[in-house]
Every structure is written in C-alpha cells, then in structure tokens.
Design a protein around this ligand. Structure first.
Ligand code: HEC
Ligand code: HEC
Length: 389
C-alpha cells in the first residue's frame, strides 16, 4: 500500500504544499474506497480503515509483535495474547472472567478480537470507540497489564533493543509514541478477519450445499421463530450478527440480585462444604458490581445492558456472555428459550420461545457454521512471530 512518506519523497521540489496535500487526500480517499483484498472476508462488509492510520505491512508486523510481547507489563508477564489466545478463538476458554497481572481478577469475560475491526463500540459496555485508543484500557488497568502510565509504556518500548528501527520503518522515520503504539496494534487487529464461513458460502457465495439440512433449518429458526436476528443482525449482502446495540437479557441483573443463600466451597482438593451467604461474606471478597452500559451513560434504562456480540466464530469462543456464565452454546440457547431472566429493565425483544429439543439442536448446529476459513492461518501467523522475551 502506498504510504504518505512515499509520495512526499517523490514529489519534485517546488510543487506547492496545497497540491501535495490534495494529492495525499486523493490517495487516502482511494485507499478508503478500494475494497481491500481480503479473500477471507466473504460475508463481511468492506473494511473501514481510518484515513490517518492506513494499513501497511510494516505497521501490521510491528502491531503483531507488540500484541504478543509480555514486556509490555511492568513485571514482563502479561501480553494482550495472554487473554486473547490465538488457539482459543483469540479469547480464553478456561476462564469465565479474565485473570490479569499477579493473578488479579477482572470482572468480565474476554471477548474475541477476531473481526473486531467491524465493532462500532468496544468493550461489553461500549466505552471506547477506536482500536487505537482501546489498548490503553488493558495496558493501564491495575488488574490487567498493570502499567502505571502511558509514558511508562512508551519508555519501556523505546528501551527494548529489538524494537530499534521498527517504529521508524513503519511510521516514516518517527519513533515509538503512545499514538503510534496504538496505531500499530490497531493495524494488526484489523487484519484478524474471519469471514468466509460455511454459512457465508451458503448465503452469500451461492454454494447451496455448504450447509446441511439441519443447519439450514437452524438459520431459519434464527431468523424466524427464535427471533435471534432482531439483535444479531443478518443483512442481504453481509452479516455482522450484531445491531451494535445494548440489551438487558437479565444476566447482569440476576448476578446483582439473585445471590444464592448457600454456596459450595472447595476447602481442600476434593473437600467441599456448603456455606451460607452471611458466613461467606465474612471472609470472601464482595462480588464486584457491574451495571453494564449504565456505567457509561448513567441512564437508568441502560442498567445491566451489554453490547450485542457478533456471533461469528462463536464455536471457538466459549465461555459466553459478559461474565462468561455459560460454558456451551446449548446452555445459551436454553437461556433464550426461557426468555432470558425477567427483571424490570429486560429487553422487550426477549420472551419464551417454546422451542422443541430438535429445534434447539438445529440452532446450535447453525451457530457452529460461523467459523471463518482464515482462523487457522491467523493462528499460524501469530505463532510465527518472535514475541520478545
Ligand atoms: C487480563 C486479560 C486481558 C489482557 C491482558 C488484555 N485484554 Fe483485551 N479484554 C479483556 C477483557 C476482560 C475485555 C472486556 C472488558 C470490558 O468489557 O470491560 C477485553 C476487551 C478487549 C477488546 C474489545 C473487544 C470488543 O469486542 O469490544 C479489545 C479490542 C481488546 N480487549 C484488545 C486487547 C489488546 C490490544 C490488549 C493488549 C494491549 C488486551 N486486550 C489485553 C481481557 C484482556
Ligand atoms: C434482545 C436482543 C437479543 C436477542 C433477541 C438475542 N440476543 Fe444473543 N445476545 C444479546 C446480547 C446483549 C448478548 C450479550 C449478553 C452479555 O454479555 O451478558 C448476547 C449474547 C449471545 C451469545 C454469546 C456470545 C458471546 O460471545 O459471548 C450467543 C451465543 C447468543 N447471544 C446467541 C443468540 C441466539 C441463538 C439468539 C436467538 C435464540 C439470541 N442470541 C437472541 C442480545 C440478543
């Protein structure tokens, strides 16, 4: 891809700055208009790359290196990839909610970063809007990567020998800065494209036999009787499986109000005891509050509303929901079949569905057809990158 530096260098001296700028703008416009050559993107809309951060191979490679580099945390243990593990759908299977630096608990489940370029808002509560800025959430969170400041991270990266020259090569001679670290990681994330699933080939690629009869039946239920499409949108030419909205399904509400009277606690390996709520409260951490979208908007109607996740690659990204409370797709489908969990702010779009066992199985089979064709290649590419000590 043509970079801005390339054009500057080759402009004959004396060409007015205005002309050069106009040419640059035209270049950037072309880059935005031209559909990127993403053979892995059947079923996804064109990729929108910000004009001020065009994708270049050097920047993507640098971003990949940073994403996997554990030296980006003070004690050199945590990288982005510790919670967004390539082999685990770029999320983490073993943990319902993440664990960060020095074993500190994080209150939410790590979403997959596959296809994250198409998310209009980031995090379960939508508090960030660009990938370039989002990185500072985990980098600076005391319970994730635990860095004290942006300057600390910049200084750390500048001091690491094997980054010497890499920022300069990717950013027209400029060294590491907070903005350029964000630009590089965001660029890598934009290449994590995973469309062209069997569903895409069936619906958008004209391959009538790409889905079995059961899976086709599942899609019919998904967009009909089970009403999943009212939030997990599917378009005529592409599908992101999200309306980019926030909904209260009752999970967050239940977590706040339905604390069980008794909890089973493991005292030693294999030794359990039933402990009542009041006793437990005397020695355990209070459960963390999570009010979802409300924490950002302070609008009471947004209490316990969470972002509709894309369902692409969902067969690879267990456990599910903002708190990782469901281990399987079957349990998610049973939850929707019951109409979610009733509470005063529950979405009006959820009601008991009356699905038969066969219909639930068809829905699950359909959800398993959404795995992108490029995932294995992305994992392989991720692990080929030397990722720092
Ligand atoms: C300790 C585990 C952990 C680490 C380390 C971590 N993340 Fe995450 N990531 C999470 C969790 C948990 C969330 C959801 C947090 C929330 O919604 O409040 C998340 C959310 C995200 C999202 C938003 C995805 C979406 O669909 O909204 C992106 C993008 C992301 N992380 C990228 C990164 C990058 C880049 C790094 C490294 C700079 C990183 N993460 C490091 C656990 C982690
Ligand atoms: C009212 C809007 C709405 C409807 C209708 C809906 N969903 Fe969801 N879905 C959501 C939201 C919001 C979440 C995230 C909830 C959370 O994080 O707590 C979600 C999460 C999921 C997840 C978990 C994904 C992940 O990565 O964690 C799956 C799977 C899912 N929905 C499938 C379905 C299916 C199948 C149907 C139809 C039976 C359906 N949804 C109907 C809004 C909806």
């Amino acid at each position: 891809m043509t970079s801005a530096r390339w054009s500057w260098r080759r402009m004959p001296a004396g060409v007015s700055v205005v002309v050069v700028l106009a040419a640059l703008l035209a270049l950037v416009a072309c880059e935005r208009a031209a559909a990127p050559d993403h053979s892995a993107a059947l079923g996804l809309p064109p990729l929108a790359v910000p004009a001020d951060n065009p994708l270049t191979p050097a920047k993507v490679a640098l971003g990949r290196k940073l994403f996997f580099d554990r030296r980006l945390s003070p004690n050199r243990t945590m990288s982005c990839a510790m919670c967004h593990v390539p082999e685990q759908g770029f999320t983490a299977h073993e943990l319902a909610t993440s664990v960060g630096i020095q074993g500190r608990s994080v209150r939410r489940n790590a979403p997959s970063v596959l296809n994250v370029a198409w998310q209009k808002r980031l995090f379960h509560d939508g508090r960030e809007i660009t990938l370039e800025d989002q990185i500072w959430g985990p980098l600076l969170s005391a319970n994730e990567m635990g860095n004290p400041s942006m300057g600390y991270v910049v200084e750390r990266v500048r001091g690491i020998e094997d980054y010497a020259g890499l920022f300069e090569a990717a950013f027209g001679g400029e060294g590491a800065s907070a903005g350029r670290i964000g630009a590089a990681i965001a660029s890598y994330e934009r290449t994590l494209t995973a469309g062209d699933s069997r569903f895409d080939r069936w619906r958008y690629g004209g391959e009538r036999s790409a889905l079995t009869a059961l899976e086709q039946r599942g899609f019919k239920l998904f967009s009909g009787k089970a009403r999943c499409v009212s939030c997990h949108s599917v378009g005529e030419r592409d599908a992101l499986f999200t309306d980019h909205g926030f909904h209260n399904t009752g999970i967050g509400w239940a977590r706040t109000y339905l604390t069980p009277e008794r909890t089973r606690v493991e005292l030693a390996p294999g030794v359990y005891a039933e402990i009542d709520r009041r006793t437990l409260a005397t020695f355990s951490e209070p459960s963390v509050r999570d009010l979802g979208r409300y924490e950002i908007t302070l609008d009471p109607r947004d209490r316990w509303a969470y972002k509709t996740p894309s369902l692409r690659n969902v067969a690879l990204t267990a456990p599910y929901m903002h708190d990782g409370s469901f281990a399987t797709l079957e349990s998610v489908i049973e939850f929707y079949d019951r109409g979610g969990i009733d509470n005063p702010d529950k979405s009006a779009l959820l009601a008991p569905l009356g699905l038969t066992g066969e219909e639930r199985a068809a829905l699950a089979a359909f959800l398993r057809t959404l795995t992108g064709s490029a995932v294995a290649a992305l994992v392989e590419e991720a692990r080929r990158t030397p990722s720092g000590r």
